[in-house]
Design a protein around this ligand. Structure first.
Ligand code: BGC
Length: 756
């Protein structure tokens, strides 16, 4: 249905228009009945619906309607499965459609800069490519049901400490390469109905009133067509925010923001056309939802099954020394409070009122073939860090008398949540202690972890099996049991590196204090840092085991030379070399050997998940484009891939590269030259456009200094001459008297002219 929004807006009063730009209450937009403008509802997000009928809040305090809790982003991202993410989006979209929610507040795509960020469980990855692909697939799924999304929190919201005022300080290259691309990819590939700006400031300016972010980059460069809403309470000054491109203030400032807008229009400091445009953007989205409403039946039972499936496709098997899968006739002790009361989601605005939760014990009790062989001992409570001698002794006793022990460990809610960051990277001490005690009596010990972000594992070398369940959603226990018993073959891989210890993390010295957080590590986030530093890690990015094995062969590139205008098609064969069906996540990393700038050792630029029967081979094809090779050159204000050799690495993780090939980039773009008296001879010599002149000046210097005594000459090597010349500004050719200033300036001007 075509609507003439401009005409509609022309009928609105100034007060009605200003009113459209903030919420009616916590979750609704305002309505104008006389003009047929409805009040539409938005709701959290991101991994299920948190729809509040009654008392609203943005912290997950008051109740919401019963719904299905799907696996949070920390787990679903480990599926590396675009189709699955789209299906997850469709499922949540259907639920939203059926319950009158017009926009689901998610996905949340902030980069995991530190394992300490309390909200990492809501975020996908440390890698912007994976986060972007995952988000785009999810958004496409939700929006296929004619329900909107709100990708959040734009931008650089990577900690909870001082989250409403902290300034994230990062250079432009870092923002463009690490913190923006997930948003950029999602906008370009899936056009989310809305974007939610973050609470924090970015380089000193509140995200909510940052015209560069909200207008220049988001709309101007990426082509965003929807509207921007504030995070709940993120507006600092309403009028500058509106001018910067923040259309909707949420939830409601009790009318204060609206009054400021009205006043500014009346006193001429705000052009009414800016207000009209904001209203038009908001109404376009609200009507898009309203005009496409449809019956959307769903059952929570079916969606529970999908939550289980998603968890099964995502949990990551990290260690398996011939202990898994468990056999149905083995005697197994399930130990730890998380076996009975699993932690499956995080606290705060994403907290879902799950209509059902299945623990591992519930799942076992429903499986006749194993229920008689599994015993349970609590060992420790899931919700606190208290070592209970009696519970521990019972657990040790239980572990002694079985073939294998499975310890269900993890972080209690109080250890990680929206609103604050973790204090350390450890598990509760009581759990580490009990694991150590169990290991003394039971060599076949397996740990299952429930956590939203990595933990240090002092017992890692001694356990034989490790399943990273992250936060598994409400069907967590069923998924765990399917994977432990091999009913489903594990196929998730880590969407983040698990460092050995917190202090290895690149943000360690610059996280969570003061009013500013300086992102000193720049683009070296996650494996971009660990791999470049060649540091040992507990588990690398992209790592995950299966009950089968895969072989890689036949890597082919469709060309061995390309320009920035070309694409490169890469294909590789993957074979299931084991005895059971399985899925492998094939990863493509690019390494820049051009030397044009300091870059991470490798960066993920492609991945595919492929299902293979035993013995089966499939060819996986991935396509790279200019952005796959480029870095953000802040001088050029553009993406740039220098001429040179780039390695194409095909791996099963960032540290398990199976096949390598190389391609030559012949760039037709040259970064602008910076030519002035302080340009160094080295800079002149390293660029073909200025090399001739650089050599001329270098020779002048050499002949000027040359010809001293033999003894002095002995200490002057060619290497030294070259190095000294390389770092010498042109002005020194003059100051040392090798050339006149006029001559040098004339030469420089000729070079500058030649650039034009
Ligand atoms: C969170 C958002 C959430 C909003 C509404 C805020 O505190 O940062 O992610 O969508 O509340 O609940």
């Amino acid at each position: 249905m075509e609507r003439n929004l401009k005409e509609l807006i022309s009928k609105m009063t100034l007060e009605e228009k200003a009113g459209m730009c903030s919420g009616l209450d916590f979750w609704h937009l305002k309505h104008v009945e006389r003009l047929g403008i409805p009040s539409v509802m938005v709701s959290d997000g991101p991994h299920g619906l948190r729809k509040q009928d009654d008392k609203g809040d943005h912290l997950g305090i008051n109740d919401s309607i019963k719904a299905v809790c799907f696996p949070p982003a920390c787990l679903s991202a480990c599926s590396f499965d675009r189709e699955l993410m789209t299906e997850l989006g469709e499922t949540i979209g259907r639920e939203a459609q059926a319950t009158d929610v017009s926009v689901v507040l998610g996905p949340a795509v902030n980069i995991k800069r530190s394992p300490l960020c309390g909200r990492n469980f809501e975020y996908y990855s440390e890698d912007p490519y994976l986060a972007g692909e995952t988000a785009a697939a999810f958004i496409n799924g939700v929006q296929s049901q004619h329900v909107g999304t709100s990708i959040k929190h734009f931008a650089a919201n990577n900690q909870e400490y001082n989250r409403m005022s902290n300034s994230s300080e990062a250079d432009e290259r870092t923002l463009r390469e690490i913190y923006f691309p997930a948003f950029e990819t999602a906008v370009k590939k899936s056009q989310p109905y809305t974007v939610m700006c973050s609470y924090n400031r970015v380089n000193g300016v509140y995200a909510s009133e940052n015209p560069w972010l909200l207008t220049d980059v988001l709309r101007g460069e990426w082509g965003f067509e929807g509207y921007v809403m504030s995070d709940w309470g993120a507006v600092n000054e309403r009028v500058p925010a509106l001018k910067a491109g923040l259309e909707l203030e949420m939830p409601t400032s009790g009318g204060a923001g609206d009054q400021e807008i009205i006043k500014a229009v009346k006193d001429g400091t705000l052009d009414e056309a800016v207000l009209d445009r904001a209203v038009e953007r908001i109404l376009r989205i609200s009507f898009k939802w309203l005009d496409n409403r449809k019956e959307q039946p769903f059952t929570m039972e079916e969606d529970h099954e999908f939550a289980r499936h998603t968890a099964e496709q995502s949990m990551v098997l990290l260690k398996n020394e011939n202990v898994l899968p468990l056999k149905t006739d083995e005697k197994v002790a399930f130990i730890g409070g998380f076996a009975k009361k699993p932690r499956f989601q995080g606290g705060g605005s994403s907290h879902i009122n799950s209509f059902r939760v299945s623990s591992a014990l519930d799942a076992v009790s429903r499986m006749e073939e194993i229920s008689g062989n599994v015993t349970y001992a609590e060992g420790f409570a899931a919700d606190k860090d208290v070592y209970d001698e009696t519970l521990a002794a019972e657990a040790v006793e239980a572990a002694k008398n079985v073939d294998k022990a499975v310890i269900f460990a993890g972080l209690p809610d109080s250890f990680e949540s929206e609103g604050y960051d973790r204090a350390h990277m450890g598990l509760p001490q009581c759990q580490n202690r009990l694991i150590a005690e169990i290991l003394k009596v039971q060599p076949n010990t397996i740990v299952v972890l429930h956590n939203g972000s990595p933990v240090e594992m002092p017992w890692l070398a001694d356990v034989k099996g490790l399943l990273e369940a992250y936060l598994g959603g409400q069907a967590v226990g069923e998924a765990e049991v399917s994977l432990l018993y091999g009913k489903v073959n594990p196929s998730g891989k880590l969407a983040e590196t698990i460092p050995l210890k917190l202090s290895d993390n690149p943000s360690y010295l610059n996280f969570g204090e003061g009013e500013k957080t300086v992102y000193h590590e720049g683009v070296f986030v996650g494996y971009r840092y660990y791999d470049t530093k060649e540091m040992p890690v507990a588990f690398p990015f992209g790592y995950g085991l299966s009950y089968t094995t895969f072989a890689y062969s036949n890597l082919k590139l469709d060309k061995d030379e390309l320009t920035e205008k070309d694409t490169l098609t890469v294909s590789v064969d993957v074979t299931n070399t084991g005895n059971v069906p399985g899925k492998e996540i094939v990863q493509l990393y690019v390494r820049d050997n051009s030397g044009a700038c300091r870059r991470p050792d490798k960066e993920l630029k492609g991945y595919e998940k492929v299902a293979l029967e035993p013995g089966e081979t499939k060819t996986v094809t991935m396509t790279l484009d200019h952005r796959s090779f480029a870095w953000y050159n802040a001088d050029m204000k553009d993406w740039y891939s220098a001429s040179g050799t780039y390695d194409i690495l095909i791996g099963a993780s960032s540290r398990d590269i199976r096949l390598t090939s190389a391609v030559q980039m012949k760039s037709s773009v040259k970064p602008p030259l910076k030519l002035h008296l302080n340009t160094t001879l080295g800079e002149l010599l390293s660029d073909e456009r200025t090399m001739g002149y650089g050599k001329y000046l270098a020779d002048k210097m050499t002949s000027f200094f040359g010809g001293s005594s033999d003894e002095a000459n002995e200490a002057i090597t060619d290497e030294m001459n070259t190095a000294m010349a390389a770092s010498m500004p042109i002005r020194n050719v003059v100051s040392f008297g090798a050339c006149s200033k006029e001559e040098v300036l004339e030469g420089l001007n000729k070079l500058i002219e030649a650039q034009k």
